[in-house]
Design a protein around this ligand. Structure first.
Ligand SMILES: *Cc1c(COP(=O)(O)O)cnc(C)c1O
Length: 389
């Protein structure tokens, strides 16, 4: 039998990390003292209170059957309570909250509800890969919005001409941003809502990192903008906030019609989140303030060690106000790829080349602060010795 992949798989952007992945595996096999700043996955465990709740819930046989597709009403209610408390936004738990198997799932599926072949989707470049793959799977076309340093890594909405805007049906936004670590202000969201209303474009705001911020900075929700709910939804996730990446629980909130569309797609693909995980997620949201405080102390220290250490070594990096990513410009004759390669080969440090997130990521590498301060100090020392002596 000849296996022939569908066009939609052939159309996916090339996977740029193959060579780096091989070099990484080789380094690990050789027993080299690798420091892994590659993957954006929190390294500290899920808080005990959440684990205890899961253990309790899993003992109850009523959690073992198929879950409700739209999630437990108690979970939707708790999600609405958290949004009200955190952002001051009123949501109807029955129609304006949709639990997800992690936000990646919702982000990847949302185009299936709204995009017809030939429709275009506005996507930040560099950006989280599912914005593009979800668009391609729905038969849509990606229209990339470059995130450039001179625009503080915000898309330039004025640069999108009327004809392009007409062909676009949906726009992904992501602040605080992965991979750039950039944040956006209220004025940007206001502009985005106005742009969406004028051009009849649905906004999907990815807010996965609003709870990971420093120096008293408080990221806002896109839904805080007047009439934002008329044009869009926001994706949120328990993954980063509560160290729950493996648990697969997130949500989409906002525009009821859009959520209804996404819900219809999901009803035909998945069968909801394991009920015990939903019960544990309710417990997590109830303890959000406390968990966030603990986590942000940890990340603040790491950010300071890494950003200040690299600056002192002579690397012109900027400490992020939010997220656990340091988006560092390459130096000398390096490009994203060759620097990432030398970091691994000469310093045993794994980083992600910026162009892996899109063309406009060229000229940067991303470091995820997913190791402790001791290892980060060691990473700084190695970088100084190898590249800035
Ligand atoms: C980690 C991350 C998410 C969260 O993904 P989950 O599927 O909820 O684990 C969403 N968006 C971005 C940009 C991320 O980096």
């Amino acid at each position: 039998m000849k296996v022939d992949y569908a066009e939609r798989l052939k159309q996916l952007p090339p996977y740029l990390f193959e060579e780096i992945d091989k070099a990484k595996q080789k380094a690990i096999n050789e027993g080299r003292p690798i420091i892994d700043l590659g993957v954006g996955d929190p390294d500290t465990p899920t808080p005990d209170i959440i684990i205890k709740k899961l253990q309790e819930a899993v003992q109850d046989p009523s959690t073992h059957q198929y879950a409700l597709n739209r999630g437990l009403s108690a979970l939707r209610e708790e999600m609405a309570v958290w949004y009200k408390k955190r952002f001051g936004i009123d949501l109807d738990p029955a129609t304006e909250v949709l639990p997800l198997l992690g936000s990646k799932e919702g982000i990847a599926h949302v185009p299936l509800a709204f995009i017809n072949p030939g429709d275009e989707v506005l996507i930040p470049d560099p950006g989280y890969p599912p914005y593009t793959s979800g668009t391609i799977f729905a038969g849509g076309k990606a229209h990339f919005m470059p995130l450039l340093k001179e625009n503080n890594f915000l898309p330039d909405l004025d640069a999108i001409d009327k004809d392009t805007a007409k062909r676009c049906k949906l726009m992904h936004l992501n602040y605080p941003n992965n991979p750039t670590g950039a944040v956006c202000d209220k004025a940007f969201y206001e502009k985005a809502v106005k742009f969406a209303r004028e051009n009849n474009i649905m906004i999907c705001s990815d807010a996965a990192y609003t709870e990971m911020s420093f120096d008293g900075y408080r990221p806002m929700s896109f839904l805080e903008i007047d009439r934002a709910k008329e044009v869009g939804i926001e994706f949120h996730s328990l993954s980063k906030t509560f160290n729950m990446t493996g648990w697969r629980v997130g949500m989409a909130v906002g525009n009821a019609e859009m959520l209804n569309g996404l819900g219809k797609v999901k009803a035909n693909i998945d069968s909801g989140i394991f009920t015990a995980v939903q019960i544990a997620a309710i417990e997590a949201l109830k303890h959000a303030d406390q968990v966030k405080e603990t986590m942000n102390k940890i990340y603040t220290e790491r950010r300071n060690v890494l950003a200040e250490g690299l600056k002192e070594a002579g690397w012109d990096v900027k400490a992020p106000l939010a997220t656990f990513y340091l988006w560092a410009p390459v130096f000398g004759n390096y490009d994203s790829f060759s620097l990432a390669k030398d970091m691994l080969e000469k310093a045993d440090i794994i980083v992600t080349p910026g162009n892996g997130f899109g063309k406009s990521g060229e000229g940067y590498i991303r470091m995820a602060m997913t190791v402790g301060p001791k290892q980060l100090k060691e990473a700084v020392a190695r970088i100084k010795k190898v590249f800035f002596k």
